[in-house]
Ligand binder design. Structure first.
Ligand code: COA
Length: 338
């Protein structure tokens, strides 16, 4: 009788892509009634990057993914599942951005699909990768978070246009027999009762494209900023407390707390509530703004490229977004250090 050895999912490599063009607070001062001082004080954001007119979510996702595959040491032919988390896909209905990215990477005959979970999309994607790998269905999963958020932002609305930026991040998740390399835990959840906190009313089956949609600007993101802020702090804190307690780990033992980069005040409030030291908390919101599903992998990439994220070190991911959705993950970085 043969005994099957358990398989674990390991986070093998990270990559990211940041578009060239910078939109600074000074630029925004010329577009809407705002100031660098207000934006800095309320959000911590100084600048964000914006994709070129002819640069799409799939272009950014493919660049981040190519880097992650290269760093994983795998051949692209070894990737057997491509998952792209995005709420700003190249096309709103079909084909999926994951299909387009697979083609751009030259990966043929591969299962590919998108995940719609807004800012929580990348961590949702990791939960899918973990399940596919640990069930034995797939060996090497590419998880991408990519957004051209500027394509759904109304640059006359000062309450939203200051927050968001474009970019992409990607990770390779591979099967391992070594439990030490595997994910410790992952938790993803949602509550549709808060669907109207963050919404793009069109296009969709409720509001197909029409003159009315364009006249009313329903294609742009709408947000209940204040309510979202309060719920974000509460949910992000609760989620981390639960995952740490469940796994018997104290917050001071976490070398890398990597929260969703939406607003510095949210990150600070959550970090303080969890008694995290400043050196434990990853911070990129000042230079990228909120890049939705790309925010966490872009932050992981920054840590890795700066040499601060080393092989075997624990990462605690914590995210929150439209849906509402939220997710947290506890896992070691199991790729090579810089
Ligand atoms: N510049 C200057 N003033 C602005 C402004 C801007 N860009 N945006 C809003 N204001 C004004 C408002 O009009 C309001 O003026 P009033 O008091 O005269 O009515 C005042 O500033 C306060 O607005 P308010 O919305 O209460 O500010 P806030 O402190 O809540 O900050 C956000 C606004 C959007 C920065 C904050 O609510 C936030 O970050 N929310 C969470 C957003 C988020 O993270 N979303 C994504 C989740 S994944």
């Amino acid at each position: 009788m043969s005994v099957t050895q358990p398989v674990y999912a390991a986070f093998r490599a990270i990559g990211a892509y940041v578009p060239q063009k910078i939109l600074s607070n000074a630029d925004l001062e010329k577009m809407v009634d705002t100031s660098d001082e207000w934006i800095t004080k309320r959000t911590g954001i100084k600048e964000r990057h914006i994709a070129a007119d002819n640069e799409f979510t799939s272009d950014m996702g493919a660049k981040a993914a190519a880097l992650a595959i290269k760093r994983s040491g795998l051949e692209k032919e070894e990737i057997d599942l491509v998952v792209c988390a995005t709420v700003t896909p190249d096309y709103f209905n079909m084909p999926s951005t994951a299909c387009i990215i697979s083609d751009k990477l030259g990966i043929k005959n591969v299962q590919a699909f998108d995940i719609s979970a807004a800012c929580s999309g990348f961590v949702y994607g990791l939960s899918v990768a973990k399940a596919f790998v640990e069930s034995g269905m797939r060996k090497n999963v590419l998880v991408i978070g990519a957004e051209k958020f500027s394509s759904i932002v109304d640059y006359t609305d000062r309450s939203t246009c200051i927050l968001f930026g474009d970019g992409a991040g990607a990770a390779v998740i591979s099967a391992t027999k070594n439990k030490e390399e595997g994910f410790v835990d992952i938790h993803a959840s949602a509550d549709g009762a808060y669907a109207d906190f963050l919404v793009t009313p069109a296009p969709g089956s409720r509001n197909p494209v029409s003159q009315k949609v364009l006249d009313e600007g329903l294609q742009y993101v709408q947000m209940k900023g204040n309510e979202t802020f309060k719920l974000a702090v509460k949910t992000l804190t609760k989620d981390v407390k639960e995952i740490l307690e469940k796994n018997n780990i104290r917050s001071e033992e976490i070398p890398h707390f990597i929260p969703h980069q939406a607003n510095y005040r949210i990150i600070k409030a959550v970090g303080d509530a969890l008694k995290m030291r400043e050196d434990q908390v990853a911070l990129t919101v000042h230079k990228y703004g909120n890049t939705s599903a790309a925010s966490i992998p872009m932050a992981i990439n920054d840590l890795w490229e700066s040499g601060k994220l080393k092989k075997g070190e624990l990462m605690l991911l914590d995210t929150f977004g439209g849906g509402l959705t939220w997710a947290s993950a506890l896992l070691p970085f199991s790729g090579e250090s810089v």
